[in-house]
Design a protein around this ligand. Structure first.
Ligand code: UGA
Length: 351
């Protein structure tokens, strides 16, 4: 079996590819523009350094691989309102040819969408509030068009509809995965160290802790997220890949409803964990910032996102097990080990 992993060099890919090697006999076509996060992987992995829109690439991949796992996206809310055209292309335009090619060749497309498609909060299809976000029973509630934050969710939703339609009417074997705030080592980047801009919240808070600067809480930090460890998440993806019959034609949430916290609580847990991992280091407090200050105009937010994972559990036997408190020490240790030396070197050079 040959599996293509598109976006293999990113955060999720860099965890998924080693897990596929360990748990399956598959040969892997690993496609990405950079492979900085993916450790050496041996001769069962062929690295293809290219953008997905390179002429001939989609044809090559769908000709060679029975399964295509598509992870590529610009998954960063700070970019959705600043560069929505790039976001829409990466989430939609560039991927339509892939969907068509997979349908024509009957390749199993395992596409990673996003919990962001549910929008601001969980509403049922009549518009009534509900606690959890369910794949087939929750409406998709995006903000107005001038809130360009939703450009990503809207593009992702449209691609889901294109995939679904190819499944229903053109023979495409597909599974759509909606990840809910996966966190772990190698997520995103630190500004001015190995990237620019505002990373997602884990990296933003780790960057602040490592620099001894207050952790920026957007609009008071009352928004809530359910964080899932990347190990639990990858376990769910492997279960899906092992169960084509059960999972084809399905949309599946992968998240951990037990880890539902406000962003303010996340900041507090990270501060406490940092103090334990780096004894004696100064631990900065938090600072409230407006969304406009951090992200500019057009940002909007999800108030809370709790996944209903009953379908994934029923179809695959998967269940996430790691609490937020249990996963944070290893994550903080990884950020400290990777970035503290780089930041110290940078500070020394600036003196
Ligand atoms: C993002 C993506 O848009 C989703 O598609 C993706 O599924 C999700 O991350 C994910 O990681 O799975 P979001 O949860 O809004 O969505 O991303 P973050 O940037 O991590 O923000 C989480 C919350 O923290 C937001 O309310 C944000 O305003 C807040 N935040 C972020 C801060 O308070 N301070 C910061 O420095 C950064």
């Amino acid at each position: 079996m040959r599996i293509a992993v598109l976006g293999a060099g990113g955060f999720l890919g860099s965890h998924l590819v080693p897990a596929l090697l360990a748990r399956t006999e598959a040969e892997i076509e690993a496609v990405d523009v950079t492979f900085g996060k993916l450790a050496p992987t041996g001769d069962r992995v062929r690295r293809v350094q290219a953008r997905l829109d390179r002429p001939g690439l989609v044809d090559e991949i769908t000709g060679a691989c029975e399964v295509v796992v598509s992870l590529t996206a610009i998954c960063n809310p700070a970019v959705y309102n600043r560069d929505p055209l790039a976001v829409i292309d990466a989430s939609y335009t560039d991927l339509v040819p892939l969907v068509k090619a997979c349908a024509e060749r009957r390749r199993w497309l395992v596409h990673f969408s996003t919990c962001e498609v549910y929008g601001r909060l969980a509403l049922d299809t009549e518009g009534r509030p509900s606690e959890r976000m369910h794949e087939d029973a929750t409406g998709l509630f995006l903000g107005p068009v001038d809130k360009e934050r939703w450009s990503y969710a809207c593009a992702k939703q449209l691609l889901e509809r294109v995939i679904y339609a190819h499944g229903a009417h053109a023979g495409l074997p597909f599974t759509i995965v909606r990840p809910f705030n996966v966190i772990g080592p190698r997520m995103d980047w630190l500004p001015d160290v190995d990237g620019e801009g505002v990373p997602r919240v884990l990296a933003a808070f780790m960057g602040a802790l490592l620099r001894g600067q207050p952790l920026p809480l957007v609009d008071g930090g009352e928004q809530r997220r359910c964080f899932i460890s990347v190990e639990d998440f990858v376990g769910g993806v492997l279960r899906i890949l092992e169960r084509p019959q059960a999972c084809q034609g399905q949309i599946l949430n992968l998240g951990n409803p037990a880890n539902d916290v406000s962003i303010r609580v996340l900041a507090e847990l990270l501060r406490q964990t940092y103090a334990l991992v780096v004894p004696g280091a100064p631990v900065p407090g938090v600072v409230e910032v407006s969304a406009e200050e951090l992200y500019g105009p057009g940002y909007d937010d999800s108030r809370e996102r709790i996944p209903d994972i009953e379908k994934a559990e029923r179809l695959t036997g998967w269940r996430p097990t790691t609490s937020l408190a249990a996963m944070l020490p290893a994550i903080v240790e990884d950020y400290v080990a990777r970035y503290a030396p780089l930041l110290q070197r940078g500070q020394a050079a600036a003196r």
